[in-house]
Design a protein around this ligand. Structure first.
Ligand code: FES
Length: 100
């Protein structure tokens, strides 16, 4: 078994969210993307590239609304669905914008 790539420091306050039907503690004050990565459950959001709301790759459903996981800060009780890949190619495979 490999060591986890992300760890949650002990003593950090958490909130509880539901990810694909499983209750998950999420560190308070951290993004949903961070919580998913710490838990090893990013689903399609693992296709993230920026972490600052620009690449649009970390799409998830939160309480039945499409959101960017890196821009959502759970307060507890959120229902998250991680398997909503939209089929777009990642930004590094897009053709360059003409005139840019
Ligand atoms: S990681 Fe780029 S928008 Fe969320």
């Amino acid at each position: 078994m490999t060591a986890p790539r992300f760890r949650l420091r002990t003593g950090v306050p958490t909130v509880t969210i539901s990810v694909d039907g499983v209750a998950l503690p999420a560190p308070a004050g951290r993004s949903l993307l961070a919580a998913l990565l710490i838990a090893g459950r990013p689903g399609a959001a693992a296709d993230f590239a920026c972490g600052i709301g620009q690449c649009q790759r970390c799409l998830v459903r939160v309480n039945n609304a499409t959101e960017l996981a890196c821009m959502v800060y759970p307060s507890g009780g959120e229902e998250v669905e991680t398997s909503i890949a939209d089929g777009r190619p990642p930004p590094w495979e897009l053709p360059p914008v003409e005139g840019a």
